[in-house]
Design a protein around this ligand. Structure first.
Ligand code: LLP
Length: 414
């Protein structure tokens, strides 16, 4: 705790801290679990949309994980981190022609095709460049996972993936034209999911679909990517997920369904993002003022929805502490933790209990490693905070520097 105050003093606030040890722990959990359940027949792809920066991707690379990128920018970051392209899968529901070309040029391992237009585009590019790419089709499995509507991706009418019937039409085309290497299917039912039954349903649906395709076309899917979405405990309202329990119960369903349908088990991918990095992150703020209104107390900090838009977007809750207040007997106050942006909605928590908060105190918001930096903005022309990696040896290393005012206008032309 004191150490975090020292880091706040040294690097200033707002500040994103990233604890390497936590990242390594979660990578180990996933790696051990797939090894135990699938042997060499599965791979973990870290979903870099959760947090993408060169310093982190180097850690992920050294853990021998694969990578999911979903834009040219995420791919570029992976290239800069020296990530082996034969471990990179390219996603996205509207990849531009330039992005597809980039993916081909750098020979990413797999492209996950999300819609018919993209498929046509890809066939044309393959013809034009004489390159055969490995593809998977993203299927909408019509599994309605129990999670926030903004991060539910696999139910009927989702903007992601193609329907079972559209997939059939495309498969006919692939097998006739032989322009791409068709490896199998992908699905991702959403994010922050705690009910393992949702993943089991997804696994069962996808194996049955693979079996139908085998019976109809004689095509056996070599690979099946089941996406990410494992829930993370942010506060006591969330359960703690045991990754091994989830992976092993999904594996059982896969084995059972493959057996029933007389299919070989495809090579399996999982794409966790949040569950790899969320717990490794802590955001530190300094209190600027404490303001009382008729019914509320606002604790206003030097950060904002710019560095953490998740309450605004999803009503997300966090564990929050005043780490400057050591006095055991001091009172907890229910407060609204608010940011410094010019709008009333700029809230980080609409009700948290802080010990005797006052100007100058350091506030820690825990579990901010995923989808905070990666969704940050410069509203009100506020520079983005730096990311300081606390290495496993306890050293503090800036891996993303704080933006300067010059950075803020660096793309502007007068
Ligand atoms: N694979 C695909 C195709 C995805 O779209 C995603 C997340 C993942 C894997 C990783 O899911 P995870 O394991 O991180 O749950 N901004 C939201 C989360 C959006 C998730 C988008 N896709 C949030 O802050 O909660």
């Amino acid at each position: 705790m004191n150490n975090m105050i020292e880091l706040a003093r040294k690097f200033g606030t707002p500040l994103y801290l990233l604890f390497e040890e936590e990242i390594l722990k979660s990578c180990e959990k996933f790696k051990n679990s797939i090894e135990k359940n699938f042997g060499k027949n599965a791979m973990i792809l870290y979903a870099s949309k959760a947090l993408s920066c060169v310093g982190l991707l180097k850690i992920i690379k050294n853990q021998n994980l694969g990578l999911d990128v979903s834009s040219g920018g995420e791919l570029f970051t992976a290239i800069k981190a020296g990530f082996p392209m034969d471990r990179v899968t390219f996603h996205g529901n509207n990849k531009s022609e330039d992005e597809l070309k980039m993916a081909m040029e750098y020979s990413v391992s797999r492209i996950v095709v999300d819609n018919n237009e993209e498929f046509e585009n890809l066939l044309n590019l393959s013809k034009k460049y004489g390159r055969k790419i490995n593809i998977l089709f993203r299927i909408n499995p019509e599994v309605d996972a129990n999670t926030h509507k903004s991060v539910n991706t696999g139910k009927v009418d989702s903007k992601f993936g193609i329907t079972f019937d559209q997939a059939r039409k495309n498969i006919r085309k692939i097998l006739e034209q032989n322009l791409v290497i068709f490896k199998g299917f992908h699905s991702h039912i959403g994010s922050q999911i705690f009910d393992c039954k949702d993943f089991q349903k997804e696994a069962e649906t996808m194996v049955r679909f693979c079996s139908d395709i085998k019976n109809e076309f004689g095509f056996e899917s070599e690979e099946l990517n089941l996406g990410g979405g494992f829930g993370v405990k942010y506060t006591d309202e969330n359960p703690e997920i045991e990754i091994e329990d989830f992976i092993s119960s999904i594996c059982l369903v896969l084995k059972k369904e493959c057996g029933r349908n007389k299919m070989n088990m495809p090579f399996i991918y999982f794409e966790p993002g949040r569950s790899i990095v969320a717990k490794a992150g802590v955001t530190l703020y300094t209190v600027g003022c404490v303001k009382k209104t008729k019914n509320k107390t606002y604790v206003i900090v030097d950060g904002s929805m710019n560095d953490n838009p998740r309450f605004v977007l999803y009503g997300a809750k966090y564990k929050i502490e005043n780490i400057s207040e050591k006095n055991k007997s001091s009172n907890f106050k229910e407060v609204v933790l608010s940011g410094r942006c010019c709008e009333s909605g700029d809230i980080i928590s609409d009700g948290c209990f802080l010990k005797n908060p006052k100007r100058g105190d350091i506030i820690a918001v825990y579990c901010t490693g995923a989808y905070n930096f990666s969704m940050s903005s410069n509203y009100n022309k506020i520079p983005k905070p730096p990311i300081v990696l606390v290495t496993k040896n306890g050293e503090a290393k800036v891996i993303v520097r704080r933006q300067s005012y010059e950075d803020l206008i660096s793309c502007e032309i007068d």
